[in-house]
Design a protein around this ligand. Structure first.
Ligand code: ATP
Length: 294
């Protein structure tokens, strides 16, 4: 009997672990929600990456055909620049991120990276070119070091150490009982939202993709956490083309361009100073947030 029980018990364990890993993966792709299956076209080509310039040209998109979400949306993110997307809740900010990662196909217009229409590219090459820092990062039940290494499993030890430094995680890790061997995740040490986002930034640094998609957490962070994330983001932005989905305008005042979305359309764009001077939608959002902070 025991000869049968042990292997069955083991199989049960393996099954539970696989289920957990898959759930983690699904959660990690929180951007995904319930996306239909997108597959490579028969003649899909790998992305020939130069510097990661992004171009949205008259993009039309709706999750359901009768309800348009993005309409005639055009903007560009020049290689190496930092562009922020802002707008009221439901304006379509996260949808832009989902479309760039090709979780959905668009209904009209085109999205190009380095001049290549992403609908003609292999999904694998497209997604390798983009590192995502999601709103809520999933941590695996593993050491914090392995959690960071997950960004690129074959990264060398020195590269992991460098990512820890650049993501401003060193002093946090040094404060843990077993340093970077400390187990985090569901069954391990609980880490704060800000620390989780910095772990995600370290993963993104390791991934070495030219494009960084940063989905800022909606929940408020205390100001020291926010400062640590901002510093980490600035380090990453140096070597990336960055697209930041922002909820707190105070985090993107240094962006090279700010795209203001309203009901899925581009309402205005410019730097923080230009938009404040224009005294339009952005200026209104800024004043409201300043008042709320006070
Ligand atoms: P927030 O700031 O609240 O995150 P957002 O600007 O990122 O909002 P999106 O998540 O892009 O907004 O959503 C834009 C619109 O699309 C919303 O009206 C939303 O309800 C709708 N929507 C989002 N995901 C889906 C989906 N999977 N199926 C159908 N409608 C969706």
């Amino acid at each position: 009997m025991i000869q049968l029980f042990l292997p069955l018990n083991f199989l049960g364990f393996v099954y539970r672990e696989i289920r957990r890993a898959l759930t983690d993966l699904e959660n990690m792709l929180g951007l995904l929600k319930r996306a239909p299956q997108i597959v490579d076209t028969p003649d899909a080509k790998p992305l020939a990456l130069a510097k990661g310039a992004i171009e949205f040209n008259r993009v039309e998109f709706g999750y359901q055909s009768q309800r348009p979400i993005l309409q005639q949306l055009s903007f560009s993110v020049p290689a190496g620049s930092k562009v922020a997307i802002v707008g009221a809740s439901g304006a379509g900010k996260s949808t832009i991120a989902r479309l760039l990662y090709r979780f959905y196909s668009i209904g009209g217009g085109s999205i190009c990276i380095d001049g290549q229409d992403i609908s003609t590219l292999t999904l694998d090459s497209l997604r390798r070119a983009i590192a995502i820092v999601p709103q809520d990062t999933v941590l695996f039940n593993n050491s914090i070091r392995d959690n960071i290494r997950y960004g690129r499993p074959d990264a060398g030890e020195a590269e992991v150490d460098q990512a820890i430094e650049l993501a401003h995680l060193r002093s946090f890790i040094d404060s843990l009982p077993q340093g970077d061997a400390t187990v985090v995740g569901e069954r391990g040490l609980k880490v704060s939202g800000g620390e989780k986002q910095r772990i995600a930034i370290a993963r993104a640094i390791l991934k070495k993709s030219p494009i960084l998609l940063f989905d800022e957490a909606t929940s408020a962070l205390d100001s020291s956490s926010e400062q640590a994330i901002l510093q980490a983001m600035r380090e990453v932005a140096r070597n990336h083309t960055s697209l930041v989905i922002a909820h707190r305008l105070s985090t993107i005042t240094d962006a090279d361009n700010i795209i203001v979305l309203k009901h899925g359309r581009l309402a205005e764009q410019g730097t923080h100073d230009v938009l404040l001077a224009a005294n339009g939608e952005y200026a209104r959002m800024w004043q409201l947030q300043q008042k709320q902070q006070r």
